[in-house]
Design a protein around this ligand. Structure first.
Ligand code: MRU
Length: 370
């Protein structure tokens, strides 16, 4: 994606021989665009846990590169295998809900076990990290190519006036390596000349919509308006939303969607108003072993401080302010589960399917249990 005219991915290995991984540090957006260098797997774990990087695909790609740093560290000792596995478990535990994290860690463990000598393992794991990132880019590009038809249809239905799409949280290119999941069809439609306008849920408590999605859309020149999380139902009931597209942090093989807290309420409102509710995801975000979103998927509980305070700019200075009365406690479940019955369809790199097992396996037949 372009940032001030320059092409960026969210994570990459800079040219040269240094052992490091460079990321876009999302904590400073939209106020400052900054990158950060991560030199060890411990630093990668902190960057994921403390949300310097976030979003399912981005977390998975950063973890893939983090496993390369882990391999480099382990290869400098006499006990590669023990240390590498310990690093893998530390990394895996950084955040519990987005399945791309453990998917990338497991993939790298497998790569390590397929090579016998330590230098060979390091080289193979580095190559696999690049592959994970490249596959993420390709999958998101395809999601855009498949999803554009929803915009063509909606545009035809409303006689060519802008398609109003509502999105929640940030499932944009910052949440992946490039393109994004929910935003990929939006960028494709905009680039193809279909008029689009995006309602951006601010997404309390961390405001990924207001801070990240709005910034991304602005960089790409896509018309958008930021709304409070509570405004979506009103906009849907008054005919101001044609389509909802969100991302997901983990989706079961039966089509239950785990995504940023507040997604479920949007799906309920969309269902009540007969508005299509789509979820965009690369196949790395399916949890093929989970069949019930409510019981099979851990929901991350984050610190109440994210609710009791808010970050912003005050007279040009980045500031955090406290919001609650003295003594009030805050709870912060970070994700919720939208049952498959409320999801109109899933937009994947292989096409659009219904949110049920039969339709999902129709696109991914190799995942059928024999
Ligand atoms: O807690 P975050 O910011 O990592 O949340 C994840 C998300 O970005 C959203 O839930 C998003 O919609 C799905 S991840 C592509």
């Amino acid at each position: 994606m372009l940032v001030d005219g320059q092409l960026f991915r969210t994570v990459w290995i800079p040219e040269g021989d240094d052992v490091l991984v460079r990321i876009i540090d999302q904590r400073s957006l939209p106020f400052r665009f900054e990158t950060a260098d991560l030199h060890t797997v411990e630093e990668v774990t902190v960057a994921i846990r403390d949300m310097w990087v976030r979003g399912a695909g981005c977390i998975g790609a950063v973890a893939g590169y983090g496993m390369w740093l882990a391999a480099c560290e382990a290869a400098a000792t006499a006990s590669f295998s023990t240390l590498f596995k310990r690093f893998a478990e530390t990394l895996r535990s950084a955040r519990p809900t987005a399945v791309n994290l453990s998917w990338a860690v497991d993939r790298q463990l497998q790569v390590a076990s397929s090579v016998s000598d330590a230098p060979g393992k390091v080289a193979a794991i580095r190559a696999a990290a690049q592959e994970i990132a490249d596959e993420d880019v390709a999958a998101c590009r395809s999601i855009g190519e498949h999803g554009i038809r929803l915009f063509r249809d909606a545009s035809e239905l409303n006689g060519g006036s802008p398609v109003n799409v509502l999105t929640h949280c940030n499932a944009g290119w910052l949440a992946f390596v490039d393109h994004g999941s929910a935003t990929a069809p939006i960028y494709s439609a905009h680039d193809a000349g279909i008029p689009v306008h995006v309602w951006v849920d601010e997404t309390r408590p961390r405001n990924q919509g207001a801070r990240l999605t709005a910034w991304e859309l602005g960089q790409h020149g896509v018309p958008h308006t930021v709304i409070t999380d509570n405004a979506g139902g009103h906009l849907m009931r008054t005919g101001q939303v044609d389509l909802v597209i969100t991302g997901t942090d983990r989706t079961t093989s039966t089509g239950d969607v785990v995504n940023k807290i507040g997604t479920y309420l949007k799906a309920v409102a969309a269902h009540d108003c007969n508005i299509p509710f789509y979820v965009a995801l690369p196949s790395s975000t399916f949890d093929w072993s989970a069949s019930d979103g409510l019981t099979d998927i851990p929901i991350e509980e984050r610190s109440g401080n994210e609710v009791s305070s808010i970050e912003g700019l005050c007279n040009g200075v980045e500031t955090t302010v406290h919001l609650l009365p003295q003594g009030s406690h805050a709870a912060n479940p970070a994700f919720d589960v939208t049952p498959a019955r409320l999801v109109t369809g899933l937009i994947t790199e292989r096409g659009i399917c219904k949110a049920n097992e039969e339709s999902i396996l129709g696109l991914f037949p190799e995942k059928k249990l024999s």
